[in-house]
Ligand binder design. Structure first.
Ligand code: SF4
Ligand code: SF4
Length: 187
């Protein structure tokens, strides 16, 4: 019995030691950078996993969901993305225009100015719903993931390209348009 136990302990120790030695030699080099789409991705798991970031970066899948980006020129300020967001991290303020103000790259007519278009990436849960509902496909998830910051407020991304003066001017134009419309009705 004692020989059997000793033999088992010896074999177990050898197995554990061989695993340690294997990783010891493997740790002399970094793990090969491979795209996850590679057929042999799981055959190359030896080596140091930690990468020397930012000098080195791990390859990421093309369909990964990372930082959101909005092409504001193609946005019709419809608010659908904000309504679809389950955590309310998109804040949009629109200003109506008395007339069409242009077209997006897919031909959609723009009638609203984006006075405010903020996305709080600290609250975002990367579900991608906002990108699915966007009629002009101007809000997308990019493969950019390294915008870390020590201040939470830095993670509120602003996409509106309007200045305070422009916002005030457009609001005044809309107020005047409404007033003229009312006055015309009274006549
Ligand atoms: S990815 Fe999801 S949580 Fe993030 S802003 Fe879009 S809808 Fe909201
Ligand atoms: S759904 Fe698209 S077009 Fe509509 S407000 Fe959001 S980003 Fe703009």
């Amino acid at each position: 019995m004692i020989f059997k136990t000793a033999s088992h302990a010896f074999r177990t120790a050898i197995k554990g030691l061989s695993l340690t030695v294997k990783h010891l030699f493997g740790a002399r080099r970094s793990r090969q950078e491979l795209n996850i789409k590679n057929d042999n991705y799981f055959d190359h798991q030896e080596g140091i996993v930690t990468v020397q970031y930012p000098a080195e970066k791990m390859p990421i899948p093309e369909v990964a969901r990372y930082q959101l980006q909005v092409d504001i020129d193609d946005c019709i300020v419809c608010d659908l993305c904000a309504k679809a967001c389950p955590v309310d991290c998109i804040e949009i303020e629109a200003i109506k225009s008395p007339e069409a103000i242009g077209k997006t790259s897919d031909g959609s007519v723009k009638r609203l100015y984006p006075a405010k278009f903020n996305i709080d990436m600290a609250k975002c849960m990367y579900c991608g719903l906002c990108t699915v509902v966007c009629p002009t496909e101007c809000i997308v998830m990019t493969n950019e993931y390294d915008r870390s910051s020590q201040k939470l407020t830095d993670l509120i991304y602003g996409f509106s390209d309007m200045t305070d003066e422009q916002v005030a001017q457009r609001k005044a134009e809309w107020t005047q348009f409404q007033a003229e419309k009312e006055a015309a009705k009274q006549k």
